[in-house]
Design a protein. Structure first.
Length: 159
């Protein structure tokens, strides 16, 4: 179970107790925001892409959308979402619970600059009814991201 992998990973870091599990779904930005009682833009959504054989995760603010031009400039190819059914095998988490923690070997993780405007954000924790509150510095550390990217649009107006 994916949340158990995340829980084990976070236990090694001493933060497993911070995982929140809900009696309702948190599989979308709106549902997660409702379950947590926070603004949707503070949900750190994890988007999954295929670029050739590469599996790329981009963690972005809940109100941000992928900008195809920026994505292509950053990664050298067109943004193509990972097929729904391929997520567990490629990433280690099912859609709705995809997060940048305890992922399979070779998965590349990037954090979008849309997240930097918040002190804390809420990424999923491996299931469609979980989340964990983290500072931006913790997200960077625990996700083991490759780097920060600027591949989203639609969030700057809320600045």
């Amino acid at each position: 179970m994916s949340i158990e992998n995340v829980r084990t990973y976070f236990a090694q870091e001493g933060i497993a107790g911070r995982i929140q599990e809900f009696d309702v779904s948190s599989a979308t930005v709106d549902l997660a925001a409702q379950a947590l009682g926070v603004e949707g833009r503070r949900i750190a959504k994890t988007l999954s892409f295929l670029l050739g054989e590469r599996c790329i995760l981009v963690v972005a603010a809940g109100d941000a959308r992928i900008d195809n031009g920026k994505y292509k400039a950053a990664f050298g190819g067109k943004a193509r979402m990972l097929p729904y059914d391929d997520a567990p095998a490629r990433i280690g988490h099912a859609v709705g619970g995809i997060c940048p923690f305890a992922v399979k070997e070779g998965v590349e993780i990037y954090l979008d600059v849309s997240l930097r405007r918040f002190k804390t954000v809420f990424p999923a924790a491996g299931s469609s009814n979980s989340a964990i509150e983290m500072t931006i510095e913790e997200l960077e550390r625990y996700s083991k991201c490759q780097k920060w990217v600027d591949v989203c649009k639609g969030w700057q107006a809320d600045g």
